[in-house]
Structure formats: structure tokens, C-alpha cells
Design a protein around this ligand. Structure first.
Ligand code: SAH
Ligand code: SF4
Length: 398
């Protein structure tokens, strides 16, 4: 990648320019009926479509050329028109004694996206689980100041197959150990509801018993609060778990922490999340990354309790993972507990989540900007100052 020209991104980092796209769609992004139609158009019998679909979704199969039951000419035609796997190359690093693994995937145009596997060993009667945290975009346009992906700026949307192939990657890897993938969460790079059509198509493929077969209840879509996307989810009412990244209940502070709040106000976001809970009967999860001295005061906890009180919801508190471009730090454990106590006393179900894989920057949702060059210390200092000014203004009592 070092010979590629460097292009400035919207954030602090500089990101290598992308190469040309491979025009062939990924097979995992196709509906089985589209494959059947393709067969018929190519003078093949329709059942071959099902055969290829089975090969795509079977554990371990990546390459249609290896499906021996297909005629050779058909295999060549398929390979000329489609890609069996859209992840060109994947490098994996592990942490937490192998409980957390982070994959860096290279796409056809050289863009890099990350996904994370979190393993949860069996505990008592509870069976072991494995959750893949996958990306929906390269970079992200929302620009939450505590998030490494936000600092990259928006690079591009992922195709449906590029999203699904991340889950297929982890399922193959687990299958090789005799294990299964139990959950998929859209908490990697990108804002899923700013790439809603492809994310919803990918989630459908992952849930579909005839395709990936995970079941809708094992899929979580996390959003920073994109109103049109939420409206679409409410209308569709699938059984996915909805996670809303709230981070602050007070609008002035949320404007700083989740800049999208200026366009889609928090009250509207929460009303739609509540409508989703009522339409689906599924409990919404409100995510709050706690940042020392910024959004972790008792006043913030009360404002949050007032906002979500009485809903089919729970709050998930996450200590912020430190990132290079801000001086912000995670709240101390005692402050985190005090915050949780305020919520619980107000009758709001609250959990405190410990971040995984901090030492490899693999904590889900805080994926390191590996494709980028390090920002200069002067640029980081300027950014620290700007954030300090903005948050001080937002924190001023009103
Ligand atoms: N864009 C979506 C999904 C990807 S981010 C969203 O914002 O919901 C997934 C989660 O990781 C979000 O809740 C996000 O706030 C969180 N996250 C981002 N940066 C983090 C950090 N530095 N420490 C802890 N959590 C972080
Ligand atoms: Fe985008 Fe989510 Fe990061 Fe915000 S937290 S910048 S929405 S990926």
C-alpha cells in the first residue's frame, strides 16, 4: 500500500487513496432467486441456482470453482461474473488470551475494514457463545469525537456481500475449531443506518434460515440515531435487537458527542426507538460511552433516566476506550457505578460493560484507524483544544 498516493480525509488522519473497484458483485449479496434467474438466463437448469446457494452458505465453502457437482463451464462463467468472497485478504490479531480476535480485511479497492470476534466461554448452564462485530462502512461520516472510525471520516459504503462476508469469515474460522457463531452485531466501522439498504439486505441474509441461518434475534443493529433509517426499521419491525448510541441525554452535550444530533434530535431518536420496541416486543439497548468529566455527572445520569424511564429498554454503560486523537479518558470505576446507581434507583435496567481487547484496539466500535498515517502531534493538540472548548460550552449549566 505504501506506493499509493496519500489523500486527506475529513478527520485528522490521512488515508491512502482507494484503487479501482472490481465490478463483479459478491455472491453472498445475491438473493437465491437472483441466482436461479441467472442460471435460467444462462441456459442452465434452475436447481443449479440452489446448488450454488448451498455452496455459498455451507460452512467452509468459499470458492464456487471447488463445487465438484457443477459443470466446469458453469463454474467458469460464475467466476467471471461474480466474486465468491469479497474479502481479498484478512490479517488476524488476538488478545485476552485468544478470547478476542480482530480481523483487518482488505477489500478489492484496497480499502481496509475491521471486524472483531468475541468469545464467551460456557458459564454454568449457559452455553459458550461467539459474537462477531462487523463493519457496515469504511470510515464514518458521523464524527463522534471519541471514536477512531469517526476520525477517519467517510470513505465508502460497503456492499451487501462485503458485510455478509465478514460474518462468513468468522463462521468458517470457528467451524474449523468445531465451534459456531452465535451472534452478529453491527458495531464495527461505520453507521449502519447511513448504509441502510445494504445493511438491511445483509441482516436479512444473515437471519434467513435458507442462507446464513442465524435468526433475527441473534442480530443487533447499532445506530447513532439516523431518523429515516429508524423510521424504516419501525415500519419493517424485524426481530433484530436495536442498540441506540445515546452517550448523552442533554441535547447541547449530545450535539458535541454525536454531531448527528443537530440534524436528528435525541427526543425524536428515543421516540422512534420506543416505537421499535413496541412494534417488535424487543427491548432496546441504549449505549452510553462514559467519558471522565464529560458526560458522567449525576445530573447526566438523571437526565438519561428521565429520557428512557418507563420504556422497554435497558442502558449499557461502557467506559470509553482511550483513542489517540483526544485527551478524554474513561470514567473511573467508582463514577461509573455511581452513574449506574442513579439509573437503577430511577427504575432503569442498567448494565456495565467491560470493553474487550483494549490492548489491540479491538474493542467493538473502537476500531483503530490502521489504514491511516498517525496524525501530527500539532494536529492532535489543536483537536484536543477544540474538543475541550466545545465540551466546556456544552457543559455550562443552562
Ligand atoms: N455507528 C454505530 C455503530 C458502530 S459504533 C453507532 O455509533 O452506534 C459501535 C459502538 O461503539 C457505539 O456505541 C460507539 O459509541 C462505541 N464506541 C465508539 N468509540 C468508542 C470508544 N473510544 N470507546 C468505547 N466505545 C466506543
Ligand atoms: Fe460513526 Fe458510530 Fe463512530 Fe459515531 S461511534 S463516529 S456513529 S462509527
Amino acid at each position: 500500500m505504501s506506493d499509493l498516493p496519500v489523500m486527506p480525509s475529513a478527520g485528522l488522519y490521512t488515508v491512502p487513496a482507494a484503487g479501482a473497484r472490481d465490478p463483479r458483485p459478491g455472491l453472498a449479496g445475491l438473493e437465491p432467486s437472483a441466482l436461479t434467474d441467472w442460471m435460467v438466463e444462462h441456459g442452465e437448469r434452475a436447481f443449479r441456482g440452489r446448488q450454488v446457494a448451498d455452496a455459498i452458505w455451507a460452512h467452509g465453502a468459499v470458492d464456487v470453482a471447488s463445487v465438484q457437482t457443477l459443470p466446469g463451464a458453469l463454474r467458469r462463467d460464475l467466476a467471471a461474473e461474480f466474486r465468491a468472497d469479497t474479502l481479498v485478504e484478512t490479517v488476524v490479531r488476538s488478545a485476552d488470551g485468544g478470547l478476542t480476535e480482530k480481523a483487518l480485511h482488505r477489500l478489492d479497492d484496497g480499502r481496509l475494514v475491521e471486524s472483531v470476534l468475541m468469545r464467551y466461554p460456557a458459564r454454568g448452564a449457559r452455553r459458550e457463545r461467539a459474537t462477531a462485530c462487523i463493519s457496515s462502512q469504511a470510515g464514518c461520516a458521523v464524527g463522534c469525537p471519541f471514536c477512531a472510525t469517526g476520525e477517519l471520516g467517510y470513505l465508502r459504503d460497503l456492499e451487501t456481500a462485503e458485510i455478509v462476508d465478514q460474518a462468513r469469515y468468522w463462521r468458517r474460522r470457528l467451524a474449523a475449531e468445531g465451534r459456531r457463531l452465535s451472534n452478529v452485531v453491527f458495531m464495527g466501522m461505520g453507521e449502519p443506518l447511513l448504509n441502510a439498504a445494504r445493511v438491511l439486505a445483509a441482516a436479512e441474509a444473515l437471519a434467513d434460515p435458507r442462507r446464513f441461518g442465524l435468526g433475527a434475534r441473534h442480530i443487533t443493529i447499532s445506530t447513532s440515531g439516523v431518523v429515516p433509517g429508524l423510521e424504516r426499521l419501525v415500519a419493517l419491525a424485524p426481530s433484530y435487537t436495536l442498540a441506540v448510541s445515546l452517550h448523552a441525554a442533554r441535547p447541547a452535550l449530545r450535539d458535541v458527542l454525536v454531531p448527528l444530533n443537530r440534524r436528528y434530535p435525541v427526543e425524536r431518536v428515543v421516540a422512534l426507538a420506543d416505537a421499535y420496541a413496541r412494534a417488535t416486543g424487543r427491548r432496546v439497548s441504549y449505549e452510553v460511552v462514559l467519558i471522565d468529566g464529560i458526560n458522567d455527572t449525576p445530573g447526566d445520569a438523571l437526565a438519561l433516566a428521565n429520557l428512557v424511564h418507563g420504556q422497554l429498554a435497558h442502558v449499557n454503560l461502557i467506559p470509553m476506550n482511550p483513542v489517540a486523537h483526544t485527551a478524554w479518558r474513561p470514567s473511573a470505576p467508582a463514577r461509573l457505578e455511581a452513574f449506574a446507581d442513579v439509573l437503577r434507583s430511577a427504575g432503569v435496567t442498567t448494565t456495565v460493560r467491560q470493553n474487550r481487547g483494549v490492548e489491540i484496539g479491538a474493542a467493538c466500535g473502537q476500531l483503530a484507524a490502521e489504514q491511516a498515517t498517525s496524525p501530527s502531534s500539532a494536529a492532535v493538540a489543536r483537536r484536543h483544544e477544540l474538543l475541550a472548548r466545545r465540551s466546556a460550552a456544552a457543559l455550562r449549566p443552562t
